[in-house]
Write a protein that binds this ligand. Structure first.
Ligand code: MF3
Ligand code: CO
Length: 263
């Protein structure tokens, strides 16, 4: 599916970071509106408006025919949920994945939100999935392999009895939304593709409360857990630069909003 990874210059990485920043600010706009009673199509609408108002284009819309700006994935939907008139309910967890194309480069990342009060089980699933992403990022250095990233993510989340989705992976990104290499969230240390300076990629663990098995709905997009248990998804965008590993994406704007809402 992919060829070789692109190697990006420092100047290109700065442009990718700009696209990523717009993703972060868009996700913060969405975060502000997440509450029980909101139809998810409304979140998609405000995201698209915000991106276009800031000289960006939604990366996902039209990608292999995908119909929307965001992927909004509730509870047992793992990823690629299509925004419909479905209403958010208290206790849901909702993954919002956003991509922006600006100045010739793509930003792409995701956050999973709780809607109102969520169960302790779901809270832990979110916390541990986000933590697994940070553990994966710590392995992202020249000289390491994609398998090192997958290995630490898998080892951590399986220690809680969770399932690591196998059918979808992280990916290189930059001029195109999906580039080489694939970044699986499972694997063996020292295996997979070697990492080197100039690579830019997304790490995006999709972690299930129950079995790792998933299925795809008849709409051709929506991925659901096999057993109907909830799933969480966090994604960051990473560059291996001259100055070390840089996380181009930030949860800062999102979490500022969440902290305000919790006051
Ligand atoms: N962030 C998603 C991913 O990397 C992109 C969604 S693909 C789309 O898998 F087709 F839905 F746009
Ligand atoms: Co992605």
């Amino acid at each position: 599916m992919f060829n070789k990874p692109n190697i990006y210059s420092e100047a290109e990485i700065q442009l990718i970071k700009e696209s990523s920043l717009l993703v972060g600010k868009t996700l913060a706009e969405v975060a502000q509106k997440i509450q029980p009673g909101i139809p998810i199509a409304f979140l998609d609408k405000i995201a698209e408006e915000y991106i276009r108002d800031h000289q960006g284009v939604p990366s996902f819309k039209g990608y292999n025919g995908y119909p929307a700006t965001l992927c909004i994935s509730i509870n047992d939907v793992v990823v690629h949920g299509i925004p419909t008139d479905q209403i958010l309910e208290e206790g849901d967890i909702v993954s919002v994945d956003c991509g922006v194309y600006k100045n010739g480069y793509h930003g792409d990342y995701a956050y999973t939100f709780g809607v109102g009060e969520i169960s302790e089980e779901k809270r832990l699933l979110l916390e541990r999935t986000k933590q697994s992403l940070l553990l994966g990022i710590a392995e992202a250095k020249p000289g390491k392999y994609t398998g090192d990233i997958g290995y630490v993510i898998q080892k951590y989340v399986e220690s809680f009895g969770y399932g690591v989705v196998r059918d979808l992976c992280g990916h290189g990104i930059g001029k195109k939304l999906h580039e080489a290499p694939e970044i699986p969230n499972f694997g063996k240390s020292g295996k997979g593709y070697p990492l080197r300076r100039g690579m830019v990629f997304c790490i995006e663990p999709m972690i299930n409360q129950g079995t790792y098995k998933v299925f795809i709905e008849k709409d051709g997009w929506t991925i659901r857990t096999w057993d109907g248990k909830p799933s969480a998804h966090f994604e960051h965008q990473i560059a291996l630069t001259e100055h070390g590993t840089e996380v181009l994406s930030t949860y800062k704007y999102i979490e500022e909003i969440l902290n305000k809402k919790n006051k």
